[in-house]
Ligand binder design. Structure first.
Ligand code: BJW
Ligand code: ZN
Length: 260
């Protein structure tokens, strides 16, 4: 039974969760698209505004889709890159950077391909699904530096080494996650006292298994999300609200705990 089922008020749940975070020696934090929603970056699965409310994920985030229509996939990613570049970190990103500064060991794991955590001041963020602003050859893997012309070209550039298509360095369905990031994220899930989960629908694996690993190893799991989801069902604390509202409230409550 979690805080939501116990019908504890949101305010009391925030105070209880803050006391646990204030005492924690190792906090792991898993973020998803929702943390960047208040920065104007679209989520994937929102029924009305999500990137995939109008596009089929298999056409845009798989090798099969890229092979079928590389220009379509390229134009879509260039549009998203522009959206991400215009976005600014929000109060949720900043609160997590502040939490990192006051915690002995803090591991930030994101599924997001934007760089808003880094721009808010977070250090050493583990990117499970890559980054939208780096590029490599889909055939030989060589790194590629994007030019201004590439952004407006209707097709992806060619690799100068092998002639293959260049693609964004993000992880599509059916592809392996970066080994280092996944290993470190799994280690953090096994070793943390508390896992804070923010803004993910919790349905894409292996990222969605991290809270399960944390729970299995005895950690307290706190989920921040305006919508119930598979993680909020099993979390010890479900804080129903947006990252931009709940995370600063949590930080304020932690400061109050610290002052006694
Ligand atoms: C707010 C908010 C606010 C709104 N504040 N919150 C086990 C079981 C079943 C399937 C699999 C499995 N293991 C592997 C799979 C297959 C697959 C998978 O998980 N499929 C499921 C969908 C069924 N996984 C893979 O293929 C992964 N690779 C892999 O496992 O390799 C090994 C392997 C290979 C081959 C065969 C078998 C195994 C790769 C997954 C790659 C995911 N890539 C994407 C695209 C990245 C590129 C791009 O950006 O375009 O990553 S998919 C997309 O989903 C993106 C996201 O990072 C990811 C997660 O989405 P997220 O962040 O949760 O966003 P949303 O939109 O879903 O949710 C937003 C949430 O925010 C909502 O809850 C809102 O309520 C909330 N919210 N506003 C806080 N203001
Ligand atoms: Zn190449």
């Amino acid at each position: 039974m979690n805080s939501f089922d116990r019908a504890v008020s949101l305010e009391d749940s925030i105070c209880e969760a803050a006391a646990i975070l204030a005492r924690a020696r190792h906090i792991a934090c898993l973020t998803g698209a929702g943390i960047s929603a208040e920065s104007g970056v679209s989520t994937f699965r929102d029924a009305l505004t999500g990137l995939w409310s109008t596009f089929d994920p298999q056409r845009l985030a798989s090798q099969e889709g890229f092979a079928e229509d590389p220009g379509f996939v390229w134009r879509w990613y260039m549009g998203r890159l522009a959206q991400v570049e215009q976005a600014q970190p929000n109060a949720g990103h900043r609160a997590l950077a502040e939490l990192e500064r006051r915690t002995r060991t803090f591991t930030l794991v994101t599924q997001n391909v934007d760089n808003l955590h880094e721009r808010a001041g977070s250090q050493d963020t583990l990117h499970l699904h890559g980054r939208i602003n780096t590029f490599h050859c889909n055939e030989c893997g060589a790194a590629y530096a994007l030019s201004d012309e590439d952004r407006i070209a209707g097709l992806p550039p060619y690799c100068i080494h092998c002639g293959g298509w260049v693609r964004p360095s993000v992880v599509w369905f059916g592809e392996m996650l970066p080994e280092y990031a996944l290993d470190e994220a799994t280690r953090a899930a096994q070793q943390c006292d508390v896992m804070l989960v923010v803004g993910t629908s919790g349905i894409v694996y292996p990222a969605a298994s991290l809270p399960e690993v944390a729970l299995a190893n005895g950690a307290t799991v706190i989920d921040v999300n305006p919508e119930p989801n598979p993680i909020s069902e099993v979390a010890n604390y479900y804080l129903c609200g947006t990252g931009g509202v709940i995370l600063p409230a949590l930080m304020n409550a932690i400061v109050r705990v610290d002052r006694g």
